[in-house]
Design a protein around this ligand. Structure first.
Ligand code: TXA
Ligand code: MG
Length: 351
């Protein structure tokens, strides 16, 4: 056990003393958790194999699951990749700094400990100013997965990081609530036609407007365990609450009735029930712990609240969660991807 210090830091008035201390920890091979605009990350110097290994140990992460390397300027990626395709340049001009991660071919400077043993590397330049300052002070190449214990929902508040990693890391920078709330979009540029390996705030349409044809990894959309997603991390039952989770889809009225019936049965059987409803529907639910995730059309709000709500249900020790289903418009695809994974693809149609 080590003592985990939490330091508050403001994005609009960054205390550079704190950033320098944190940067020193990173340069000397230690771990620092920090806010990004998507979720909190757990950082280590990506160029030090031993530092990357500490990330896997602290998170309990399978060693074949590669890390994202965070940079603070596009030109810096030259040092760790074999070549920069035109599409990477175009995408960086359109979306960096921001919630887009690009997969490129790595060179020998980057240790395999950082990439889970594979020859490609995921790279992202976040827009959060605390993150950018830290990356700079930490040496420019910061490997950072989401700062949760492997398998838990990603942290959207510093206290979520503390819940998971207290005693395992020396420092958490508390920059308040993150903006987006779900992880970056990942696009693989190692093939001729780019492939989205993980949907996020930057949608397929937004990407296609910049680079033309873009495909979605079939492993993302499929329930069938035979179609493996290409991003190693997407194959785990990830983003998951402790409770069993079921998504109920169908006409709104039918969904409400179905969830009410199932909740009643579960309660009778002595189970604790959680319900993810929306502003429009929460008043119609009758049993269990009912939480609104936002308005049905408010995709940004739903994304922002999702992981926090899953963690709240964990805290309340619910045994089963019923969730409404959401439209796949805009960020909806990313939201449904995370929700389906949290539910292990258990979906019921309410008729
Ligand atoms: O928004 C984000 O991307 C956050 C913040 C902290 O930046 N980070 C994040 O990292 O979500 P992580 O480790 O939780 O998720 C990274 C995902 C995993 O599914 C991993 O398998 C995939 O990216 N990945 C990393 N490198 C890859 C590679 N070379 N090829 C394919 N997938 C890769
Ligand atoms: Mg993660």
């Amino acid at each position: 056990m080590q003592k985990t210090v939490v330091k508050k830091i403001s994005e609009t008035n960054i205390d550079m003393d704190v950033i320098r201390q944190a940067g020193h920890i990173l340069r000397t091979g230690g771990l620092v958790a920090f806010p990004t605009e998507t979720v909190y990350g757990l950082g280590a110097d990506a160029l030090q194999a031993e530092a990357s290994k500490k990330i896997y140990a602290a998170k309990g992460r399978p060693s074949d699951n590669p890390l994202i390397v965070h940079v603070c300027s596009f030109k810096d990626i030259n040092k760790i990749v074999t070549q920069i395709p035109d599409k990477a340049r175009l995408l960086s001009e359109a979306f960096w700094p921001g919630p887009l991660t690009m997969i490129l071919k790595k060179n020998e400077k980057l240790p395999y400990e950082t990439t889970g043993g594979i020859d490609t590397v995921a790279i992202r330049m976040p827009s959060n100013k605390i993150a950018l300052a830290l990356i700079q002070e930490g040496g420019g190449y910061i490997a950072a997965p989401s700062a949760n214990t492997s398998g838990k929902p990603s942290p959207t508040l510093a206290k979520h990081v503390l819940e998971d990693l207290n005693g395992k890391i020396p420092l958490i920078l508390d920059g308040g609530a993150v903006g987006i709330g779900i992880e970056s979009t990942i696009i693989d540029l190692t093939e001729d036609i780019p492939v989205v390996l993980r949907p996020g705030y930057i949608s397929l349409n937004m990407l296609a407007q910049v680079v033309g044809e873009v495909r979605m990894d079939p492993g993302i959309l499929s329930k069938d365990a035979g179609t493996k997603p290409k991003a190693p991390g997407m194959k785990y039952r990830h983003y998951a609450p402790k409770a069993e989770m079921i998504i109920v889809e169908g006409e709104q009225e039918n969904v409400i009735q179905k969830i009410n019936r199932m909740s009643k049965d579960e309660l009778k059987a002595g189970k604790r029930v959680g319900i993810i409803g929306t502003d429009e529907t929460v008043k119609y639910y009758e049993y269990g712990l009912i939480i609104s995730i936002g308005g049905r059309q408010e995709d940004e709000k739903i994304a922002h609240n999702l992981y926090r709500i899953l963690r709240e249900f964990d805290k309340s020790d619910v045994d089963i969660i019923f969730s409404e289903s959401f439209s796949k418009l805009r960020m909806g695809q990313a939201i449904m991807n995370r929700l389906l994974k949290a539910a292990g693809h258990r979906v019921i149609l309410a008729e």
